[in-house]
Design a protein around this ligand. Structure first.
Ligand SMILES: [Zn+2]
Ligand SMILES: [Zn+2]
Length: 182
């Protein structure tokens, strides 16, 4: 396997078609190969019973320890509710310029906000968040361009406003990996 690939590491069940969509979007976004793997850990160890959520800091560390040197980056994909101590919840997080990131589907579905489910929209949000967190691992900070995937998102509405592409500045900053400019 090429050393220039990104690894999508799933924790728990993920729909095969969704995974394929995410892999294709990441491959296109970062112009590299993408490898999908399944992590086998007991998520229960990372559950905070008081918050009824999973510890995003500890899970980010786990992804870091599961990262293999033959891969450029590894992002853990989750469907459980992630938190970090200073925030009510997170869609994902990553080590800036590091090797690991995490992203979760949990808060991306309309049904959580009392709206009719829209699976395509939920998947699209997830793809944006995965690319966003991977962007951080490649050293990108938050961007103020309204449509740039690196714009920060506190709510799903914020995710819907941006696209799954990098703006020209972020694209230039990525440089060496030749991500798609938009
Ligand atoms: Zn971010
Ligand atoms: Zn940007």
């Amino acid at each position: 396997m090429s050393a220039q690939h990104i690894t999508l590491l799933t924790f728990g069940f993920f729909d095969k078609n969704l995974l394929k969509e995410v892999a294709e979007a990441v491959a296109l976004g970062f112009r590299c190969e993408v490898v999908c793997k399944e992590a086998r850990i007991d998520l229960g160890e990372y559950f905070n019973a008081g918050r009824r959520q999973y510890n995003g800091d500890r899970l980010l560390s786990v992804v870091g320890t599961l990262h293999l040197p033959d891969s450029m980056k590894t992002i853990g994909l989750f469907s459980v509710d992630l938190y970090i101590p200073i925030l009510t919840y997170i869609f994902g997080q990553a080590h800036l310029g590091g090797e690991a990131g995490v992203a979760s589907m949990f808060r991306l579905g309309n049904e959580l906000y009392g709206l009719a489910p829209e699976l395509l929209l939920q998947n699209e949000r997830f793809i944006k968040e995965v690319i966003h967190e991977l962007g951080h691992t490649f050293g990108l900070l938050h961007c103020y361009d309204v449509s740039c995937v690196m714009r920060s998102s506190a709510y799903v509405e914020d995710i819907d406003q941006k696209e799954k592409y990098f703006c020209a500045n972020c694209y230039a900053a990525l440089g060496f990996i030749g991500a798609v400019a938009k």
